[in-house]
Design a protein around this ligand. Structure first.
Ligand code: SAH
Length: 437
């Protein structure tokens, strides 16, 4: 299940929520399917009607470009909006005043994709989002005989009440407390999302590089005017984007998967008074929200590996104007043969790592003239990337003392640094610049 992407829903995708709402209707075994029009009953349609308001929060699961699951919350007087829940028979006595602060959940996964943990992954991302927006709890309503009750319990929902729905079914009302700060209670997925964002939000760069390297790569690009459009894909918090903006003309769109990075990115643009020319958006590099031939330049530092070098070069080409440039940095082998330990590490981390001539050939094959390649100085990896992370690692280990996931994560980071020191003669980061032909 590596290629399922869990991400925020995009506005143009809101209409699919109707499909997932229909798909979410629970049919007990043997029950006749219900007509799709049932979703337009006001008690049901309220879950999707005019979705996109300020309290609406949605995530989708995407497989090979297709949405296979959706989970969303909104503040609505629907089934899960318990009124004065005074149930005292439950052991959990925490205050659960269900006011207008409790977003209510709807979720479904297409039948053929069930049982593959997609629901859990979506929920954990949704919890992460809800916490970020400051919600303290979230609710849902589920028919008592729906096996999903167990799924919700595993995710930390507790039954806090019961009632009949409009069709006379017996429902549980369930609530999940989002304020539980005990990281051990969070699942790995949720924790990883939080952790990785928090970890990298502390530093200016999320990948190897430097101002000098960005400028050197830019020196090969000769087609930019103030009308130019530039995309920076996998921009992170925008270290290199701001360098580009100060040294190239035109309008820059930074795109990254992590909303937190984009938030910092846009704050950085504002601070540097670049907000009229530089805009960060949340998006997925595997499914870019851009038009054909929109850009004069596509930039991507230390990020194309997320989609894969060849696939990125191939898929992104259509967004470039003829004669437009692509400039990406990518981990590459320097030698034909390498010691087994480092081969093995990269085989697991990024099997697409390859020699420079092979990468150049891939670029040519994808429909670009290779214009330049150069190896990034060692300091891009050491002084500019690993070193700023040292205090962050120490602070993390302190803050999350005893947390195995954090310890493992930092141990891996340190192992990587050690490997680099030992084997830096064999690999490093390389900039590849090509022109679309
Ligand atoms: N260009 C920045 C960040 C590099 S780190 C720098 O050099 O400092 C890689 C970035 O790619 C991260 O910010 C990560 O959030 C982003 N990323 C990973 N997968 C992505 C995807 N599918 N779509 C968009 N961005 C993605």
């Amino acid at each position: 299940m590596n290629n399922v992407k869990i991400r925020q829903i995009q506005p143009q995708e809101y209409p699919v929520l109707e499909d997932f709402l229909y798909n979410a209707i629970f049919l007990p075994p043997g029950a006749e399917p219900v007509p799709r029009e049932i979703i337009f009953e006001p008690e049901i349609y309220i879950y999707v009607k005019d979705f996109g308001g300020k309290d609406d929060c949605g995530v989708v699961a995407e497989m090979d470009g297709k949405i296979v699951g959706a989970a969303w919350t909104r503040i609505i007087p629907a089934y899960g909006h318990a009124v004065a829940d005074t149930s005292t028979t439950l052991s959990n006595q925490r205050s659960r005043s269900m006011d207008n602060q409790t977003p209510e959940l709807a979720i479904s996964v297409l039948p053929e994709w069930r049982g593959k943990s997609i629901g859990t992954q979506m929920m954990n991302y949704l919890f992460y989002q809800l916490r970020k927006y400051g919600y303290k709890q979230t609710s849902l309503s589920v028919q008592k005989n729906n096996p999903a009750v167990r799924f919700y319990e595993r995710l930390g929902y507790e039954i806090t009440g019961e009632k009949l729905d409009h069709a006379g079914n017996e429902d549980y009302l369930m609530i999940k407390n989002l304020q539980n700060e005990n990281v051990e209670d969070q699942t790995i997925y949720e924790f990883d999302m939080n952790l990785i964002c928090e970890y990298y939000s502390n530093v200016e760069r999320q990948g190897p590089g430097s101002t000098e390297v960005t400028l050197k790569a830019l020196s090969f690009i000769d087609n930019l005017t103030e009308k130019s459009r530039i995309a920076d894909i996998g921009c992170g918090t925008g270290g290199q984007t701001m360098t580009l903006a100060h040294n190239a003309q035109g309008h820059i769109t930074g795109l990254d998967f992590f909303p937190d990075f984009i938030e910092i990115f846009n704050q950085n643009a504002q601070k540097q008074n670049l907000q009229n020319r530089v805009k960060g958006i949340v998006g997925n590099m595997e499914n870019l929200p851009f038009g054909d031939e929109e850009f004069d330049l596509i930039w991507s530092e230390g990020a194309i590996y997320n989609i894969g070098f060849e696939r990125g070069l191939n898929e992104w080409r259509k967004f470039l104007k003829m004669g437009g440039y692509i400039a990406v940095s990518e981990a590459s082998w320097f030698t034909e043969k390498r010691p087994a330990e480092i081969e093995k590490f990269w085989h697991n981390a990024y099997p697409e790592i390859d020699t420079i001539p092979n990468k150049v050939a891939q670029m040519q094959k994808a429909g670009y003239v290779p214009v330049a390649t150069f190896i990034l100085p060692e300091t891009c990896w050491t002084d500019n990337f690993y070193v700023p992370l040292i205090p962050v690692q120490e602070a993390f280990l302190k803050k999350y003392a005893g947390n195995k996931a954090v310890e493992d994560f930092i141990a891996l980071e340190r192992y990587e640094v050690g490997l680099y020191e030992k084997y830096k003669a064999y690999y490093g980061y390389v900039f590849y610049i090509g022109r679309k032909v």
